[in-house]
Design a protein around this ligand. Sequence first.
Ligand code: ADP
Ligand code: MG
Length: 233
Amino acid sequence: MAIEVQRGEKMSAMNQLAAALAHEVRNPLTAVHGFIQLLLKDEIPEERRNEYLQIMLHECNQVQAVITEYLSWAKPQMEETCQFDIGQLIDQSIHITTPYAQSNNVEIRSTIEPSLSFTSNPCKIKQCLINMMKNGIEAMKIGGLLQVNARKMDDYLVIEIIDTGVGMTQAELNRLGMPFYSTKEKGTGLGTMISYRIIEGVNGKINVKSEKGKGTCFTIFLPADSSSTRLTS
Ligand code: ADP
Ligand code: MG
């Protein structure tokens, strides 16, 4: 019964997002369509032509990014669960984000307790961690420190992703997680919404603390495996 409810919720979330996605794709498509019509006229000066082509390229990239992010979320793999170590998954996520951090002058440090066992789909949790680490890095435009912590607290595994970046106002925090809310020129506004859905899907929760100009701390609470806290392999 509970599974049916969850599945129903996910379907309607997907339908809602699909409708929003169609809207989000239609706008750039209309822009590209308009510019193609302009370019078909002969009398366009060369520099104008290049300017139009640049805008069209940007719009196409935008659509591509939105669709890629949507599809990676909509992949029906949530049901493929296994027991894994959260610390190892965090290490893998750090490994993947390190080149991006380095090119943004961001140092990543981590403090992770050993043997943090969790049962779910590791790909989805990794997707969530990478989304949040990327946001942390992108919030530090002049570089900074991204601190990732993980520990067990009572019945929860607690993961913190802390940056020393631009931070958010209360109004910005209120909009966090809404589909297509982005303050970035090349943002999709899907990463946080997808991360929230993934954590909700494993009965976890996310707290956010932020201070404008100081930084942000995302805290993820995951219900720890009740059967064992240690991995056998
Ligand atoms: P995107 O990164 O594509 O903009 P997200 O859904 O990942 O989309 O994030 C939505 C918005 O939330 C960002 O554009 C940014 O304004 C804000 N945000 C998310 N994480 C952070 C953070 N760590 N620090 C400051 N702002 C953030
Ligand atoms: Mg993002």
